[in-house]
Write a protein that binds this ligand. Sequence first.
Ligand SMILES: [Zn+2]
Length: 78
Amino acid sequence: MCGGSTDADKTFVLPTPSARMADCTYCGCRVEAHDPVYVSESPEGEPTGRFCNYGCLAAHIDAADLTTGTVCEWSPGQ
Ligand SMILES: [Zn+2]
């Protein structure tokens, strides 16, 4: 796990629920038509985000600046 995060920062990728109809959190497409990714704040919880695929998840993270202010102890320059 990443160092420095609080419990509230944790996000879990859920196993894909069977036949759950939902719209992509990022683009609004029906996720079940693609390769859906579900995320939640708890490993057993209801999904708080759902995406067509990892591309939409990554785009949503960028668009929402979710990486800003997180504290991963990893230095790309090393
Ligand atoms: Zn999408």
